[in-house]
Write a new protein. Sequence first.
Length: 175
Amino acid sequence: MKKKKLIINILLILLFTIIIGISYLIKFKTGIQIGNNTLKFSKSMFIMIPGIFILIGLFEVWVKRETVVKHLGKESGIRGYFIVMVLSGFTMGGLYVAFPVAYTLYNKGAKLSVVFTFIGAFSICRIPMTIFEASYMGIKFTIIRYVVSLPLIMISSMLLGKYLEKRNYKVMEGK
């Protein structure tokens, strides 16, 4: 089954490459733009991802499980939610960074609802995005958005965390 899936993925990548190549040959603007965007995105991924995964690896080695459990585990209380909100504000990159960090936090003993809060806060609290938003939409808008969004993220994370913990949910190990 894995071999069949691998062959299908290779064929799809090959088909995509052929279509982009034909687009360049016949000067099809949309295809050329898709090709340029793919190259630009791939370049940024290949530049950022190794460094990010090295930092995540260092986090796994240097930060003790007891530290994560103490500050983000079951007994952390409301403090754990605020810690991950601050952490999410300083984390750079897209969700391809947030999910590995969230997985590492979970494996180190962070409470599931705290991990959900990290992912939710990561989507809205990053400092560069906040500065950009405040400069275009105004400080008042940004403050209102934070005041409304952050409590909703915490509440929904707590509810989802309790729901999944009652059902003994566990994150699957990577294959």
